[in-house]
Design a protein around this ligand. Structure first.
Ligand SMILES: [Zn+2]
Ligand SMILES: [Zn+2]
Length: 217
């Protein structure tokens, strides 16, 4: 960066090589608003796996400015309604920069229903009341990961034991609850198997949007 060559940082640490800025990893946009895209994950874990992606390049939601909060909140609400009607209540998940594969902020939305995470487990570091809490943490503490279900929004320090606890309680349970097998698959395998999931999701999303139009007319 200082020597004028960013080759060694060429994983999208700025926007130029970024798969989300270039939209190369966003094959299926469901909705576009002034500052965000709602898109099907191109390698879905389960049918209904959606991403909320700011159009501008931010490393994580801890960097996304407050001016975008209302727009984000409306999109989360819309996905909550969509999932509740067609799948199961939403679980929002952000791995922040910790274990990120695309270095551009994105919020995962999974139809996992209630998670198996018990607050008494104390794996979380912070109960989040607003996006501002996430920004504050990012400024003062740095990396994090984030999980939100119908009952709570939680922020976690980026430590492996916390992460694995959540993967087990939230992801394994969630995937099983959607009738899928818990087995490790590479992103490439998920990508190849994902086309049918994405097609089904698109069909349901169209029905959902159509209802919205009818309700407004
Ligand atoms: Zn980007
Ligand atoms: Zn991700």
């Amino acid at each position: 960066m200082l020597n004028g060559s960013n080759v060694s940082f060429g994983t999208g640490s700025n926007g130029t090589n970024c798969a989300f800025c270039n939209r190369t990893d966003i094959p299926s946009v469901l909705k576009e608003t002034p500052n965000f895209l709602i898109a099907a994950d191109h390698a879905p874990l389960v049918e209904g796996h959606i991403l909320i992606i700011p159009k501008q390049h931010y490393a994580c939601y801890g960097e996304v400015p407050a001016e975008l909060d209302a727009e984000l909140s409306a999109l989360k609400h819309e996905i909550q309604q969509f999932f509740t009607q067609f799948y199961a209540p939403v679980v929002f998940w952000e791995h922040g920069i910790f274990r990120q594969t695309v270095f551009h902020a994105h919020l995962h939305c999974f139809p996992f229903g209630m998670t198996g995470y018990d607050l008494d487990e104390q794996l979380h570091n912070l109960v989040v009341a607003s996006q501002e809490d996430i920004r504050q943490w990012y400024v003062t503490q740095g990396h994090y990961f984030y999980m939100e279900d119908a009952s709570s929004a939680l922020l976690f320090a980026p430590e492996m034991d916390r992460y694995l606890g959540i993967v087990k309680n939230v992801f394994w349970r969630g995937i099983v609850s959607r009738g899928s097998k818990v087995e490790w698959r590479t992103p490439q395998q998920r990508y190849e198997e994902g086309a049918a999931h994405i097609e089904a999701l698109r069909g349901k999303w169209r029905s959902f949007q159509q209802q919205g139009v009818e309700a407004c007319s």
